[in-house]
Design a protein around this ligand. Structure first.
Ligand code: F0G
Length: 437
């Protein structure tokens, strides 16, 4: 593309965002996370009038999309000028198939795949949203980027802001995120503020601070963040040859991903890339499941909760994107359900021991599918993709607690290490046991 054509495109489109409540379109060339007219949630406006084919989305040499699994889908993303794009080769994550996944869920052989977002540069799916948000912040000249986080958003923001040479500020609930995520965020250069209170309190505080646009809010209420996260769906569809699966299952916390997935699916459908919509299944932790309760009420009654779960990534009692996520579930005739911490940790241990590995919140997707199959909601011959949102090393405290500190009759797949004296006899006994079980 010539530089003239590029400039034309930038000024013409102005990165518009539309309020999902009142429909008003605003310019996204300033930091904006709520409709100035009615306070509603915003969506980036994407041009879906032109039909697209998979060839239009192939990585193009010489563009950020040559190496980024997000920017190769630029035709379905906000038109941020290429010169402002901060990319760390995010995306391009594997879609694994393993018979043992199907066995765990009760689905027929070969019907379950997992899309492993833990393979992103900072170890979670947040990098896909952050490349868009931080590039947008750079394009509009923001001086400081900030987020509230349960640990993954903060690590991702720290990385992309530092890559851009921008300062970043993160608010985390004190003592409530994993040690690894806190260490990662500190190491990658963010200014870390530990707030007394939970994630919901931290996010409320930050939304107030950023309301006037002087600080760029990088949480998923920002309409540019979910845009990057749409590419999880585009990429998995591409990996399936654009044959849509029956179900896509994902964990739900602040509900940015659920919002992004519904938007991705409806846009892919509108431009003709897929001919039917998969059903979304959003899975919450039982102690942090206000969206599941809202769904159970027929989306009639929403009430925040005081969140409590071992899956600290999704320990959120008042998700910011409830209404956008509701639209995703309604548009795809999806489900919202919840699973207990024991179900999450057993599913995680299963995913780990078949050699894949993920953090606790991620495993809610597989645990939720197992429950929906047992309940007869998902048919045994359905094709299902579960999204694993974070890397196994994100929360080693949870691993130790399950395998070393728990009791095997409770933690079904516990695999504690054995200690031996430094003798060949003792070592041979362990070898015998490893071979013969
Ligand atoms: N899985 C992981 C590993 C997460 O870190 C998160 C959210 C989710 C699932 C839920 O995604 O919020 O889009 O529904 N983590 C945020 C954070 C809240 O601050 O890192 P969601």
């Amino acid at each position: 593309m010539s530089s003239l054509a590029h400039a034309d495109r930038d000024t013409r489109r102005e990165l518009p965002v539309r309020c999902m409540a009142c429909g008003t379109v605003h310019s996204g060339t300033r930091p904006i996370t709520a409709c100035p007219d009615c306070g509603g949630l915003l969506d980036a406006v994407i041009d879906t009038d032109q039909a697209l084919t998979p060839a239009d989305l192939a990585p193009r040499p010489g563009t950020p999309g040559a190496t980024s699994g997000v920017w190769r889908f630029a035709a379905l993303l906000p038109a941020i000028p290429e010169r402002d794009i901060i990319t760390r080769w995010e995306g391009n994550t594997p879609l694994y198939a393993d018979e043992r996944l199907a066995a765990y869920t009760g689905l027929d052989d070969g019907q379950v795949r997992v899309k492993h977002e833990g393979h992103n540069p900072t170890g979670s799916f947040k990098d896909r949203g952050m490349t868009v948000a931080v590039s947008h912040a750079k394009a509009i000249g923001s001086a400081l980027v900030a987020c509230a986080s349960t640990g993954n958003t903060s690590a991702s923001l720290a990385s992309y802001a530092s890559a851009a040479g921008m300062p970043s500020l993160v608010l985390i609930p004190e003592g409530k995120i994993s040690a690894g995520k806190l260490a990662q965020t500190i190491a990658l250069g963010a200014r870390v503020v530990q707030v007394e209170g939970d994630f919901d309190v931290a996010l409320r505080l930050l939304r107030e601070l950023t309301a006037d646009g002087s600080v760029y809010l990088a949480n998923s209420v920002n309409p540019f963040r979910p845009e990057g996260q749409k590419t999880i769906v585009f990429e998995l569809l591409d990996q399936l040859g654009w044959n849509a699966p029956d179900v896509i299952a994902l964990p739900g916390g602040n509900l940015g991903n659920t919002s992004a997935f519904g938007k991705a699916l409806s846009e892919a459908y509108q431009v003709g890339l897929i001919d039917r919509l998969p059903r979304l299944a959003t899975i919450q932790a039982a102690g942090a499941a206000p969206f599941a309760a809202y769904y159970a009420s027929g989306f009639d009654h929403y009430e925040p909760v005081q969140a409590e779960t071992l899956a600290t990534a999704i320990k959120i009692g008042d998700p910011a994107s409830v209404e956008r996520a509701r639209r995703s579930i309604e548009q795809t005739s999806g489900w919202v359900t919840s699973v207990t911490d024991a179900e999450i940790m057993d599913a995680k241990a299963w995913i780990d021991r078949i050699g894949i590995g993920c953090e606790p919140a991620s495993a809610a997707s597989l645990a939720g599918v197992r429950k929906l199959v047992a309940d007869g909601e998902i048919a045994r011959d359905a094709t299902v993709v579960c999204v694993l949102t974070g890397n196994v090393l994100k929360d080693t405290d949870a691993i130790t607690a399950y395998h070393l500190d728990g009791t095997p009759d409770v933690n079904r797949y516990a695999n504690p290490p054995v200690s031996i004296p430094a003798t060949m006899d003792a070592l041979r006994r362990v070898v015998d046991d490893a071979i013969h079980g």
